[in-house]
Design a protein around this ligand. Structure first.
Ligand SMILES: [Zn+2]
Length: 253
């Protein structure tokens, strides 16, 4: 057995953070956890992402051979950048458009470094609503995304839960096995995190087989100060906060 102790603040970090209108980002990502994508963008400026998200996305681009066909349009944004985008959208495009497509500062997934907006490389590229169709190279990206840990975050039909109009260009890194489970069940992140609460540390855990690997998952609500968990000593594991009130543990079986 090994003992894992988590402090309260760790609820606010990890690849399963839920950031939406109800749950603002509580803890900014550390600058050293961000790096530029090794890919030129439309304006020849660089797009930054959380380190692991960047690496996995580059691997996925290489796997599908997207070359310069797919353009990363927007990745990590600082609070200030989100404020500027929100203000200029309000001014130029109005309240209805902005409230449908631009998250208010502090409530944007782009501030986590785990979200990427992609466009098909075809002029002109719309910064706020990039064109990413469902066929061709974009279709190949979509078909492989979940097995690399990415989900289409704002799908049609989920507006009541996400609070965001469909955004077929916005992908969110959640990692494995989460993206595959979400894909198989048709869950948005809000639904998936609710589902995981049905598998508490103290009760029956979720066991899944994804990409030829077996995983065991469970949820643990954070204690006031320290949360103590006991795990079998030999299993690799990962823990992520949900940005609400608990932790999701993922064990590689
Ligand atoms: Zn986006």
């Amino acid at each position: 057995m090994k003992t894992v102790n988590l402090c309260r603040e760790q609820v606010y970090s990890g690849n399963l953070l839920l950031v939406n209108a109800r749950y603002p980002l509580r803890q900014a990502i550390a600058p050293e956890q961000i790096r530029p994508l090794e890919r030129e963008t439309a304006e020849h400026s660089r797009v930054f992402l959380e380190r692991k998200t960047a690496l996995v996305l580059e691997t996925l681009f290489t796997t599908i051979g997207s070359g310069s066909l797919l353009v990363p349009v927007s990745g990590f944004r600082t609070r200030k950048e989100q404020e500027d985008i929100y203000a200029s959208s309000l001014k130029e495009l109005g309240k209805d458009f902005t409230e449908s497509y631009v998250a208010s500062p502090g409530h944007s997934e782009h501030e986590t470094g785990l979200a990427i907006d992609l466009a098909l490389n075809r002029e002109p590229i719309d910064f706020l609503r990039p064109y990413l169709p469902r066929d061709g190279i974009c279709g190949r990206f979509r078909s492989k995304a979940a097995s690399y840990g990415f989900v289409e975050r704002y799908q049609a039909g989920k507006e009541a839960r996400t609070g965001i109009a469909p955004e077929p260009w916005h992908f969110r890194y959640v990692g494995l096995p989460h993206a595959s489970i979400m894909d198989a069940h048709g869950f948005c992140l809000e639904e998936y995190l609710d589902y995981l609460r049905e598998f508490p540390y103290e009760g029956r855990h979720l066991k899944v087989h994804v990409e030829n690997k077996s995983f065991e998952l469970f949820y643990k609500k954070a204690e006031d100060e320290l949360t103590e968990i006991h795990l079998p000593g030999y299993l690799p594991f990962q823990v992520s906060g949900d940005n609400r009130e608990g932790f999701i543990f993922t064990l590689w079986r």
